[in-house]
Design a protein. Structure first.
Lengths: 488, 693
């Protein structure tokens, strides 16, 4: 009874990190389908207000690529009650900061505010969700801005096209085929109607997760959420309302067979006329269908090898493998495998490719985990005068070793320690907590993974790592890209 | 390919809420009280100032050992300290690099070093192990030769990469032009890298890594007692000399705008950086109001003037910011961003417009309030990071700030008014003395000239060095001279040219010269008379400043200060090698030593370079590859140990009696620059040689 074995103790300890506070939160759905997560934490008098829209480049129409990211820009243009440029002004003049980002899977907006401005943040986000301004003026401006963003972040940066070049070859069926930034021709070709339809389809409460963290009072926060978000119409009623706001009398009549005048302009949802009530109830029952691609099932069957000429000085190599999606059970073992290969100075790739053989100025591997699929990437920028073939040979040797030998006990301990450290650091800011909770809810179906994620890593064995290396590092099915300097 | 999902939530009946008026903007609740926790400060016997900011939210801790020495000039070994920084983690006398890397990674920690600090971050439970490794590196870094060679090679490759990275190229050029003879203005190049030896690195480490004057900043899950004990245990025995103190200058202040172009082949955007130094050091009482000014102009956020004008209004860019850097060793402002090629000049115009406007007009109350609130909010948000609290304490100590500097920050910020902001702008900013660095495609160069006060764009390479790219010439020196002569005389054979030139007996040319430092215009008269005489005179305000005459076998020069001087026999011999109205035509006959060195690029234009030596001076003549016209000469002459360099740029060639003469000149001698316009050219007129004696 008295003796608890040391090994059992260390397992218990690894499951409950010393002193790590549990992240407490409340979550619920509003009747209109909006998912709400609230985390209370009073260390600093600030709050993070965020909304994750479950729409990314993978939801785009193949001849309208770049829309998801474009909306990230467009939806700062204002709303029925917020003028052009006022989003940022209102946040900044109230001492806050704001930004947004877009991936293949989601679009994420957030404000970081002094805690006494929480209500402002909620109002701002509810305006963006209910009736953002989607018109030609905003489209024109942001189209040019996005083109500049593409030039700055991709076209003018050495090697920056490698993700899109890799994905283009790896995903021929799934919409991961195209880059998040998309096609500028598509954005040019699109009409106002295309933009309006995208907004009506994806920017609806049932496709959004509101995640709030920081110095707040949960009950008061819930009241404000009910006020600003609870009043947003359900189902297609939100689009009925948007059309009511934007269409002319004639167009509205044509579309709905009802005159705009039957609705109460000041209190649309509580319109008195029976005709209005009937229409609102009817549209509230109609769900908004969110088009989502099938999870990717494509299997790579061969090696695709290509050369890309870029404005660079040093050649580079990028090798890509098909990995499972980020929520698959194997993804934990794959991430730990990647840590052995590329985590820190003592990692195998750094030691072999950069330090011992000096083949590359830098070399690394990483896992690009997404909702519908994953990609494992090996990358190296060659040292001066080193041929890319010799780097590939060394990468292959490392891959082969990973597939034939168990990693050492020492390496195993090392990566476990590393993941423990990462886990502790991942919730260091309230902005990070808000984002983690939203991500875990949307992709994994439970926000509580913010508290339990480490366990999944701690369950991985050395044998698991050997197994996933053999399953996914397929030498006869991969993409190999050589980047060479363009002749000027 | 697509399937449609239904959301359960959608099937529920809509619940209607009471009316809300969405046009009413929520007002703020009561402002939260901002508390800045005090840091603990103590010093050790060997000279370390320890700053501790406790924070027990997460079980982790960070130690940052910051050295107290000032940066010093590295000259021909530029990049030495940077390279030393990247070698510190290369192993110790107790652990080779592999062992060290393994032990750090094993505890999941990070241990990094630069030329002036070593930083450890780890979980609290691994703190002892982490500090064992950190102190080993601090005391015993061994700089093995093999690692030195490897890092050197890696730097060579890195320098190659820098040539394709527009951001690095721009900042290299920027520091070079703002901070000559200053540690900030030193950039590692292939040649300075070659000069760095392992001994240099070891010497740097011994000098710079000393406890005297150093700061140890500890943040995280640790108590004061623990910290004291650990500091004593791990750093108590550390010994070293005094920290190096070095005064740095404030940077180089321009008179007039200077355009600097760095070519990046195939660029689809121009990186623009408009910059100038600022006479200020950290802790200056003007720092806060200057920060407010910068915030209004473009110091972050979307609501700034630069962002609203260049992104939201004109859509020239993804982002345009002004970046104010106030440091202990020198300060500067940079305004910049990335802009598509065809709006490069428009973007510069708008940046200069905003800069000019903010130095001439009061900021509006709205933008002042916006910026102050935004800064106050940023200040409050930064307090979330325990590092911020420790940084505050470090700043107070390093810059002799008052103890309550950060406690009173918000109050002092609130007090900044628009008068103060305008005063700051007028004291430190100007749209007329900027360095305008553009990294981009050659196609944009021509459109940048208008921004340069002397119209001459400086071309720098990726490392901020003047461009000297020479390609082999595709013709011989004789062919070049022939084509030049045919072009200038508008003839199709040397015979025809000769015939035309023979008819010219004299030329007298008058040029108006303007010089920034001289408030009145100068007039220069040049003459030439067959077969081999020439002269010049410069005058202004009714006074003659300089004269010179050469009459074939003798000559003299005179200037206001030095009086008259006869030409020496060597001078005459040299002068006779440049014979005729187009002396180039005679280089082959007069014994002139000349060679075609190749093709270089000036202001985006390819030119042939003809090196000409007459025994007294060395002259480089530049001829346009497309038109064969002479575009520039640079003449270097050393007399009595002093070297004078004079360059003349020629443009606006116009026909006068069948010969093309340049009508626009830009002359620079040493620091002085003149821009000249030819007002008259008389051929075969009467000339009085006495005027030039």
């Amino acid at each position: 009874m008295k003796f608890i074995s040391l090994s059992v103790l260390s397992i218990i300890l690894s499951f409950s990190v010393n002193g790590q506070k549990k992240i407490e939160y409340v979550e619920y759905d509003l009747p209109n389908g909006l998912h709400v997560i609230i985390h209370e934490e009073h260390a600093t008098p600030i709050v993070a207000v965020s909304i994750l829209y479950h729409v990314g480049s993978k939801n785009e129409n193949p001849d309208r690529t770049g829309f998801a990211h474009f909306f990230e820009h467009l939806l700062f243009e204002g709303s029925a009650n917020i003028g052009r440029g006022e989003y940022s002004e209102l946040v900044e003049k109230n001492g806050g900061g704001l930004n947004a980002n877009t991936s293949q899977d989601r679009t994420y907006y957030y404000e970081l505010l002094p805690s006494n401005q929480l209500e402002l943040g909620l109002w701002l986000e509810s305006e963006r969700l209910l009736h953002a301004k989607v018109d030609n003026t905003g489209v024109e401006t942001q189209r040019s801005v996005v083109k500049e963003e593409k030039r700055q972040r991709i076209d003018n940066q050495p090697y920056a096209s490698f993700i899109s070049e890799m994905f283009k070859r790896m995903f021929t069926v799934h919409p991961y085929n195209w880059a998040v930034i998309g096609s500028m021709e598509h954005l040019d070709a699109a009409q106002e109607e295309d933009y309006v339809n995208f907004y009506k389809t994806f920017y609806v409460p049932a496709n959004a997760t509101l995640s709030i963290a920081g110095d707040l009072n949960v009950e008061e926060t819930k009241k404000w959420i009910a006020k600003y978000f609870g009043t947003i119409p359900t189902g297609q009623a939100i689009n009925l309302y948007r059309d009511f706001e934007n269409l002319s009398d004639g167009d509205f009549q044509k579309r709905y067979g009802t005159a705009k005048s039957v609705f109460d302009a000041k209190d649309f949802m509580n319109s008195k006329s029976p005709e209005a009530k009937k229409l609102i109830a009817q549209y509230a029952k109609l769900p908004v269908m969110i088009p989502r691609p099938e999870k990717d099932k494509e299997v790579m069957k061969s090696v695709i090898k290509d050369t890309i000429y870029d404005n660079i000085q040093l050649p580079a190599i990028f090798m890509g493998y098909r990995f499972p999606n980020q929520t698959s059970a194997d993804s934990y073992a794959l991430e730990m495998m990647n840590e052995v290969l590329s985590g820190g100075s003592s990692s195998r790739i750094n030691k072999a490719v950069v330090e011992k053989k000096q083949l590359a100025t830098f070399a690394f591997s990483f896992n690009y985990g997404l909702e519908d699929a994953g990609v494992g990437i090996f990358a190296a920028v060659a040292a001066d005068k080193v041929p890319l073939d010799s780097i590939q040979v060394e990468f292959d040797a490392q891959i082969n070793r990973m597939k034939t030998e168990l990693i050492s006990q020492e390496e195993f301990e090392k990566v476990r320690n590393k993941f423990e450290n990462n886990f502790v650091s991942s919730n260091a800011t309230i902005a990070g907590v808000a984002e983690n909770l939203a991500n875990y809810h949307v992709y994994y179906g439970t926000a509580n993974r913010a508290n339990t994620e480490l366990e999944n890593y701690m369950k991985v064995t050395r044998e698991d790592i050997l197994r996933v290396a053999n399953t996914y590092l397929t030498q006869n099915a991969r993409v190999i890209l050589y980047y060479l300097p363009k002749e000027n | 390919m697509y399937k449609l999902l239904l959301f359960a939530g959608l099937m529920m009946p809509a619940i209607l809420f009471g009316q809300i008026d969405r046009s009413v903007r929520p007002s703020a609740a009561k402002a939260p009280i901002i508390n800045i926790k005090d840091s603990q400060v103590f010093t050790t016997e060997n000279g370390i100032t320890v700053i501790l900011s406790e924070n027990h939210t997460l079980p982790r801790v960070a130690f940052n050992m910051v050295m107290g020495s000032d940066p010093v000039l590295e000259g021909t070994k530029a990049g030495l300290s940077e390279m030393a920084g990247s070698l510190i983690m290369s192993g110790t006398s107790n652990r080779d690099k592999d062992q060290l890397d393994k032990e750090i990674d094993y505890i999941g920690a990070s241990l990094d070093a630069s030329s002036e600090n070593i930083f450890l971050s780890c979980l609290t439970k691994h703190m002892d192990k982490g500090l064992t490794l950190m102190s080993d590196v601090l005391f015993n870094a061994s700089f093995p030769m093999s690692e030195f060679e490897r890092i050197k090679k890696q730097n060579e490759s890195g320098l190659l990469s820098a040539k394709s990275d527009p951001g690095t190229m721009a900042s290299n050029a920027e520091v070079k032009v703002n901070f000559p003879n200053h540690p900030f203005g030193e950039v590692m190049t292939e040649s300075t890298l070659k000069n760095i030896t392992r001994e240099d690195i070891v010497a740097y480490y011994k000098r710079a890594f000393t406890p005297k004057g150093s700061y140890l900043v500890i943040v995280g899950d640790i108590t004061l007692d623990q910290a004291k004990k650990l500091v004593d245990q791990f750093f108590g025995t550390w010994k070293g000399g005094e920290a190096t103190k070095a005064e740095s200058n404030d940077g180089q202040f321009n008179k007039g705008n200077r355009v600097i172009f760095v070519k990046k082949a195939g660029a689809v955007q121009s990186v623009i950086q408009v910059s100038f130094p600022i006479k200020m050091r950290t802790g200056d009482q003007n720092q806060l109001p200057l920060n407010v000014l910068n915030g209004i102009l473009g110091g972050g956020g979307f609501g700034t003037r630069l962002m609203q004008n260049l992104r939201e209004d004109k859509a020239y860019t993804y982002g345009c910011y002004s970046d104010l850097n106030i440091t202990e060793d020198g300060s500067w402002l940079t305004i910049g961003g990335n802009f598509r090629n065809d709006v490069t000049d428009s973007a510069i115009t708008q940046i200069l417009y905003e800069l000019d406007k903010i130095t001439n007009e009061y900021a509006t109350d709205e933008e002042l309030n916006l910026t102050k609130s935004s800064m106050a909010g940023g200040f409050a948000r930064s307090l979330e990071r325990p590092q911020t609290i420790a940084q505050f304490a470090l700043n107070i100590i390093r810059n002799n700030l008052s103890k309550d500097y950060y406690q009173t920050y918000l109050k002092r910020l609130e007090a900044v008014d628009k008068e103060a902001v305008l005063t700051m702008a007028q004291t430190y900013f100007s749209a007329k003395n900027c360095n305008i660095v553009v990294v981009g495609n050659e196609e944009v160069v021509e459109r940048l000239k208008i921004f340069d006060s002397d119209g001459v764009i400086e071309m720098l390479d990726a490392f901020g060095e003047p461009v000297k790219e020479t390609k082999a010439a595709d013709i011989t020196k004789e062919q070049l001279i022939e084509r030049y002569v045919l072009a200038v005389t508008s003839t199709s054979s040397l015979k025809a040219a000769d015939k035309k030139l023979k008819k010219i007996k004299s030329v007298s040319k008058a040029t108006d010269l303007n010089m920034a430092q001289v408030p009145f215009p100068l007039k220069m008269t040049d003459i030439w008379m067959a077969p081999n005489m020439d002269g010049m005179k410069m005058e202004g305000q009714g006074m003659v400043f300089q004269k010179a005459i050469f009459e074939g076998t003798s000559g003299s020069s005179w200037n206001m200060q030095g009086g008259k001087k006869e030409m020496s026999a060597e001078d005459v011999a040299a002068k006779n090698k440049s014979n005729g109205l187009l002396p180039e035509l005679n280089y082959g006959k007069t014994g002139m030593n000349f060679e075609l060195t190749g093709i270089e690029n000036i202001n985006g234009k390819d030119v042939y370079v003809l090196k000409v030596m007459d025994g007294q001076s060395e002259t480089y003549e530049y001829y346009d590859v497309a038109t064969y016209m002479k575009v520039k000469t640079v003449s270097i002459r050393t007399e009595e140990g002093e070297t004078t360099e004079m360059s003349t740029a020629y443009a606006d060639y116009k026909d006068v009696d069948g010969i093309l003469f340049a009508h626009s000149l830009v002359i620079s001698v040493g620091e002085a620059g003149f821009s000249g316009t030819v007002t008259s050219i008389e051929v075969n007129g009467k000339i009085d040689l006495k005027e030039f004696k």
